[in-house]
Design a protein around this ligand. Structure first.
Ligand code: PMP
Length: 354
């Protein structure tokens, strides 16, 4: 750290992304990417667009917004797009929180919420999940804060019902409730259908998980046209060309190719069922997952040991060295073959530690 860094960042604890090894070949089940490549229509669009990289991209992202709007039955002015949902979240923290309006989020959830709260020097109310890792809706009533809830939650994979979310919205009329639906396509019910009834709802989505584009970095938000205008104000005051040309056309085509999307999502859900059954057969306690990952633990072997042993065997999963969840491992749903290799390796590891 240099002597020039603003002292307000002295204790900033940056987000730690999951490992992204490029040198060694791993079965990569650690960062909830889609195991399948982008749709062939995406590749064709990139091929055409690459010759235009000398020109700035469209800062209004009209084509992409129209594709999302058509897919979800909304209007383009209900849609905001950005460089990954991380950027959508960051701009939401910027737009809707300040020294009078702090934030609230669960103690076990997406790690970036606390990082952004610190980055923007906000007061945070960190609300413990219940012992079974579920969110207690009443804990979020009338807090006078901007609320961030991932639904399905990460890393647990559990989801709240629409009824519970609606209650949180009703009991926070004067504050924004951000529902981060990064994983909603794999289970759970989207809050999109509540948008026309709750002006305080902002839904955040991503192309990184169910739309095979983690490397493209595209995320979006859905909300009233006034909330979207607030986010546009942030974006045009920060980085108007936040989505590059290749990512814009990629995301547009990915959104249009609903056949490929349905096929990939359904394969992932089938593989998730297979993995859960296999792990339960091996004595794991698996939290019911609505996402493209599962969260599980096994008595007699620590989360860290399992993570390290799998890594030694060429398989990357995620372990969080954090209170309440350090016994658990999070496994991204890969291809069926990858998951079969994982299970075989876990069986060998379990036999060794017996
Ligand atoms: N929200 C949640 C709950 C996530 O788990 C992630 C990524 N792991 C994100 C948002 C950010 O995704 P991206 O920036 O790739 O859209």
């Amino acid at each position: 750290m240099s002597k020039y860094l603003s002292p307000r960042f002295d204790s900033l604890d940056a987000y730690t992304p999951g490992e992204q090894p490029r040198d060694q070949k791993y079965i990569k089940l650690n960062t909830n990417e889609c195991p399948y490549p982008p749709s062939s229509k995406v590749i064709e669009a990139i091929d055409k667009e690459k010759n235009l990289l000398n020109l700035y991209p469209d800062p209004t992202a009209k084509c992409l917004k129209t594709a999302i709007a058509d897919n979800l039955g909304l209007n383009a002015d209900n849609i905001f797009v950005a460089n990954g949902s991380d950027e959508v979240l960051a701009l939401s923290f910027m737009a809707f929180c300040d020294k009078d309006t702090g934030v609230a989020y669960p103690d076990i959830s997406y790690g970036f919420y606390s990082v952004y709260a610190d980055l923007f020097t906000l007061d945070s109310k960190v609300i413990p999940l219940k012992d079974d890792f579920s969110v207690c809706p009443n804990d979020y009533f009338n807090l006078g804060r901007t609320i961030f809830i991932a639904n399905p939650n990460a890393p647990t994979g559990l989801c709240l019902s629409l009824y519970d979310i609606e209650n949180i919205l009703i009991n926070n009329k004067n504050n924004i409730v951000v529902i981060d639906e990064a994983y909603v396509d794999f289970g759970g019910e989207s809050t999109v259908k509540l948008l026309d009834r709750y002006e305080n709802l902002l839904v955040v989505r991503t192309f990184s998980k169910s739309r095979n584009l983690a490397g493209g970095r595209v995320g979006f938000a859905l909300g009233s046209k006034e909330l979207i205008a607030d986010l546009e104000l942030m974006k045009f005051s920060f980085n108007p060309y936040n989505i590059n040309r290749l990512s814009l056309v990629s995301a547009t085509e990915a959104m249009k190719d609903t056949v490929y999307f349905d096929d990939c999502v359904s394969k992932i859900k089938d593989t998730r069922t297979f993995l859960v059954n296999e792990l339960e057969g091996l004595g794991f306690n698996v939290i019911p997952s609505c996402a493209n990952f599962i969260f599980a633990k096994k008595d007699g072997i620590s989360g860290e040991e399992l993570y390290l042993k799998l890594k030694n065997n060429g398989i990357l999963i995620r372990h969080f060295n954090k209170d309440r969840i350090s016994d658990y491992i999070r496994i991204t749903i890969g291809t069926k073959d990858e998951i079969i290799s994982l299970i075989d390796t876990i069986k060998t590891i379990i036999d060794e530690v017996k």
